[in-house]
Design a binder for this molecule. Structure first.
Ligand code: ZN
Ligand code: ZN
Length: 232
């Protein structure tokens, strides 16, 4: 689905999304998905050959498990925030990587580990992803220490990763137990651009047109969110 000019949303499962952005010399893929995701992306594009860059919003298995295969098959350069790079290289979320017991138990399941992979480029807040046609990094810690959102200027689209979920009852910041430091999430949401043409989410339908009012309402609501103590 074309979400905005230069932005294509690829459903890698029924609920999970990756994004393909037009760049100077080919595509930039934002997030990969589970191990089956490379095949879904190949089906969408007809070939993986034009993927030049892969930018990961954070190092959780549902975003990175297909990364090693995709890097091997495309030779694409791999980008992640410097604070999540050690997790990516370790092939799992570390034992202290979630605030709640439920999250920490999840990370012991072998199915939620991935083939370790080393990023080519470590990102920081405010960086522009070279060659990606105007892609800016917004550090949004909380869900993970190195979680990032990305603003793509040509389509005035923000890709929020797991900073915002669109499922169940509506928009939310997701379960606190699965986040590394839930108390950081309100201030991270305050850093997201408000006046955008579209919002791409890793989980759930994208937002544009009238649906953007729900995004604006969430940003407002988070300004007054009481502090979270980190317990599930
Ligand atoms: Zn996540
Ligand atoms: Zn996720």
């Amino acid at each position: 689905m074309n979400l905005a000019p230069g932005v294509r949303c690829v459903a890698t499962t029924r609920r999970d999304n990756a994004f393909l952005l037009d760049g100077d010399d080919g595509y930039t893929l934002v997030d990969v998905g589970w191990a089956s995701a490379p095949r879904r992306i190949e089906d969408e594009l007809g070939s993986l050959g034009d993927i030049r860059r892969i930018v990961l919003t954070h190092a959780h298995p549902d975003h990175v498990k297909g990364a090693a295969e995709l890097v091997a098959r495309t030779g694409a350069r791999l980008f992640i925030h410097e604070a999540d790079a050690p997790w990516l290289a370790a092939g799992r979320v570390p034992s202290a990587g979630r605030s709640g017991v439920a999250g920490r138990l999840l990370d012991r399941i072998p199915l939620l580990h991935w083939a370790p992979v080393t990023a080519d480029v470590l990102l920081r807040d405010g960086d522009r992803v070279e060659g990606a046609g105007g892609l800016r990094v917004i550090h949004t810690p909380g869900h993970t220490p190195g979680h990032i959102a990305l603003h793509y200027a040509p389509g005035n689209t923000v890709l929020v990763g797991d900073a915002v979920f669109n499922r169940g009852a509506g928009l939310s910041t997701g379960p606190a137990a699965l986040a590394a430091d839930p108390a950081q999430r309100p201030s991270s949401l305050a850093r997201l651009p408000r006046d955008v043409a579209a919002v791409g989410l890793a989980h759930g339908d994208a937002l544009r047109g009238e649906d953007l009012a729900r995004y604006h309402a969430l940003l407002e609501r988070m300004k007054t969110e009481p502090p979270v103590n980190g317990s599930p």
